[in-house]
Every structure is written in structure tokens, then in C-alpha cells.
Design a protein around this ligand. Structure first.
Ligand code: 13P
Length: 253
């Protein structure tokens, strides 16, 4: 049985004081429940702080990116092994902001995914279409291309150690959420695409939804069969909102 995962993506936000306040609010409020995982993905400089504060809690942590190379003359790069050194469980790869602002191609994302797997991290592979792609009817083609790049490079079995996040670009930070039907359709498409190569891997693959998830819409989104939790941007910076979203992933008592 696939469990649920709620992961916060802090993006380039926070500082030592605000991170501490946020985590100290989350830790006592989020309790371990079978089948539900929680994580925060922090900026690189704060991974040591996050590790120190979250150690022993039921909240795991991760990074928002990593370098595709192991080590060497890559100024500014942070390797998968460095993330593992800070006990990161997750590394987000291919977030649309990395693709659009930093020019990451499907090939680069596939290399980053492979580097994360190699180091024993769980990559959270982000896929999703822009507004113009949706309007021109190529959503499935875009998402298929993004997932295939990874499956071709690492093999479908690698998805057995990964998480996929469907994040329609037009829903990120805009307050616009995909309708339950739009999200359901793409999540089902992603699972079918993976199932075409390996049914067992597809059945076990957690597929998160990301894009303006809030406490007010999380319960509805998480109740959709192919939606296995969320990747939360803005709302993950607010303790009350994030806690409420985490609770929406827990089975009803
Ligand atoms: P928002 O939740 O702020 O829309 O961001 C979504 C996202 O990009 C998570 O990775």
C-alpha cells in the first residue's frame, strides 16, 4: 500500500530565527501515524540547523536541488553525498523554477535524479505543464517527456526509490489550484505511463500534487485516489497551515 507524504518546499525563504520558530511549532503538533510521512525541504545553508532540530522527530528533511556531479571543480555545486552527510532523506529535482529560471533541461534533471538515487536519497521528481502548454492540449505529452527522460536514463526500477510531484506551473504560487478532475486526470496518466513499463513500480509510486495547496483545499485533493499527498510551497512557511495540511493526509479517525 502506498502511504501519503506531505513535503514542504520552503524555496528561497527563511532565516535561522524563522526556521527555528517554524520547526519548533511543527514538531509537537505533528505526530507519527502509520502510512503518513512528513518532510521539509530547506535551503542548503540551513540543512545543518534543520537536521539538528528535527532529529528524533517524525519530520524528515531534504534539499530543493542538488548538483548532477559527484565532486570537483563545480563552483557553487552541492553534491548528493553532501546532502546525505546531513542525513537528508529527499532531494527535489526538476522543480519548474529550476527548469525555467535556471535553464535545467530534461537531460540535466535526469542526471540529478540519478545522482540522488546513487547516494541513497529519495528524489522528488517534479513534472508539470505551463499554462500555454495546457491551453494547447499538450499536457500529457509534456509530462510524459519529463518522466520518460528519467526512466530512459535510470530505468523504471529507479522510480521504485523515488517520488513524483505533479506541479502544474500555472498553479504554483498563483493561488490557482488544479481542479480535482484536472489533477486526477494527470495523476492517473502519470501512473499509467509508468505502468506501461512496470505495473508494480507504478502501483507503489507516490505521486504528490503541488500548486497552491492550502489547508482549505488539501483534504479534497488528498482524497483523490491517485494523489498520494502534496508538495507545499507558500503554505509550508506558515506553521498553522502546514500542520493543518499534514492532518489532511492522515486517515480519518
Ligand atoms: P505553492 O504551494 O506556493 O503554489 O508552490 C508549489 C510548489 O512549487 C511546491 O514545490
Amino acid at each position: 500500500m502506498r502511504g501519503k507524504l506531505v513535503a514542504g518546499n520552503w524555496k528561497m525563504n527563511g532565516n535561522l530565527a524563522s526556521n527555528q520558530a517554524l520547526l519548533q511549532a511543527l514538531i509537537p503538533a505533528i505526530s507519527p501515524i502509520a502510512g503518513v510521512k512528513y518532510a521539509v525541504c530547506a535551503p542548503f545553508p540551513y540543512l545543518g540547523q534543520v537536521q539538528q532540530l528535527l532529529r528524533g522527530s517524525c519530520i524528515e528533511w531534504g534539499a530543493q536541488d542538488l548538483c548532477q556531479f559527484d565532486h570537483g571543480a563545480y563552483t557553487g555545486g552541492v553534491s548528493a553525498a553532501m546532502l546525505a552527510d546531513f542525513n537528508c532523506r529527499y532531494a527535489i529535482v526538476g522543480h519548474s523554477e529550476r527548469r525555467s529560471v535556471f535553464g535545467e533541461t530534461d537531460e540535466i534533471v535526469a542526471l540529478k535524479f540519478a545522482a540522488a538515487i546513487q547516494a541513497g536519497l529519495t528524489p522528488i521528481l517534479c513534472v508539470g505543464e505551463s499554462l500555454s502548454e495546457r491551453e494547447s492540449g499538450v499536457t500529457e505529452a509534456v509530462v510524459a517527456r519529463q518522466i520518460n527522460a528519467v526512466m530512459v536514463h535510470s530505468g523504471v526500477a529507479a522510480l521504485g526509490r523515488a517520488v513524483v510531484a505533479y506541479e502544474p506551473v500555472w498553479a504554483i504560487g498563483t493561488g490557482k489550484t488544479a481542479t480535482p478532475e484536472q489533477a486526477r486526470a494527470v495523476h492517473a496518466f502519470i501512473r499509467r505511463s509508468v505502468a506501461a513499463r512496470d505495473e508494480a513500480i507504478a502501483a507503489a509510486l507516490p505521486i504528490l500534487y503541488g500548486g497552491s495547496v492550502k489547508a482549505a483545499n488539501a483534504a479534497q485533493l488528498f482524497s483523490i485516489p491517485d494523489i498520494d499527498g502534496g508538495l507545499i510551497g507558500g503554505a509550508s512557511l506558515n506553521a498553522e497551515e502546514f500542520i493543518a495540511i499534514c492532518r489532511c493526509a492522515q486517515p480519518a479517525a
